[in-house]
Write a protein that binds this ligand. Structure first.
Ligand code: SPV
Ligand code: MG
Length: 289
């Protein structure tokens, strides 16, 4: 495998930005917009399936989607493996499969399986012990020998309301266990909580932020914090999709036809382009007899 561009960004102290996607079409649009990578979000895949992000979609469902996205784009796909679908033994199977599916990195979080989604008010946020999660990280790292495949360990200590000290303690233990970066998630409506965490972090691996709850934290501000390696835009694909569909579907019903929306949505030709139809036509000329 060629050098993973996430690792190259870490080495160059360059902030890597990843956009959520939940199918190959949305992944292609994120790539086209200039994102460095794709976030194969569990929240997005769950929302696209019309179910809560609470370990309801199967490993196979998310894995197949990740595989399909990885084969549709040239940029790295960071797969959200939630809790790793069980204990350290389950994790070994899971990371092997995501590596084979073409993911460049996986994010594994320190919650119990089945999990509840992080940003839900009053959600169940139960963490496994540090010892258990360290075992899961070690199992993941021992399973995939490819040095370019990254394991990003995510602590939900702030989400669970356990405070900075616990978050920092967990992050240090996860780094020692072999994590290539630490994802710290927060549902605070301001960036203060994660900024405090980043400032206090004296580990050697970069931090990963998911600024959904505190959208005012821009990439320029994140870059100034220095220690952040990746920013993940966690659910802006499915939210943009819902915004657009509500608007267009609502207008069609209000207008009693498609005559007004036709001018404001992309053409069918644009969809042909995203489907790589031109390439297929070239192949037809070459090979169809
Ligand atoms: C996801 O996108 O699936 C995430 C981010 O894990 S969040 O939903 O904010 O927990
Ligand atoms: Mg998730």
């Amino acid at each position: 495998m060629s050098k993973n561009s996430i690792r190259a960004a870490f080495e160059a102290d360059r902030l890597f930005h990843a956009m959520a996607a939940h199918n190959p079409l949305s992944a292609r649009l994120a790539e086209e917009a200039g994102f460095n990578g794709i976030w194969a979000s569990g929240f997005e895949a769950s929302a696209a399936a019309g179910v809560p992000d609470a370990s309801i979609i199967s490993l196979d469902h998310h894995l197949q989607m990740t595989r399909a996205m990885a084969s549709a784009v040239a940029i790295p796909v960071i797969a959200d493996i939630d809790t790793g679908y069980g204990n350290a033994i389950n994790v070994m199977h899971v990371v092997r499969e995501y590596h084979r599916a073409g993911a460049a990195a996986v994010v594994m979080e320190d919650k119990h399986f089945p999990k509840d989604t992080s940003l839900l008010a009053g959600g169940r946020q139960e963490l496994v012990s540090i010892e258990q999660f360290v075992g899961k990280i070690q199992a993941a790292k021992a399973t995939v020998a490819d040095k370019e495949f990254l394991l990003l360990a995510r602590t939900e200590a702030l989400i669970a309301g356990q405070g900075q000290d616990e978050a920092l303690k967990r992050a240090s233990a996860y780094e020692k266990a072999g994590a290539d970066a630490i994802v710290v998630h927060s549902k605070s409506r301001t960036p203060d909580e994660v900024i405090k965490f980043v400032e206090a972090w004296n580990g050697g691996v970069p931090i990963v932020l998911i600024p959904t709850a505190y959208p005012d934290l821009t990439e320029a501000m994140i870059a100034k914090l220095k220690k952040v390696g990746i920013v993940i835009y966690g659910n802006h694909c499915v939210r943009a999709m819902v915004t657009a569909l509500q608007d267009v579907f609502g207008q069609i019903r209000a207008d009693g036809g498609i005559h007004n929306v036709d001018k404001k949505i992309v053409s069918v030709e644009r969809i042909f382009e995203l489907q790589n139809v031109a390439k297929m036509k070239e192949s037809e000329k070459k090979y169809l007899r």
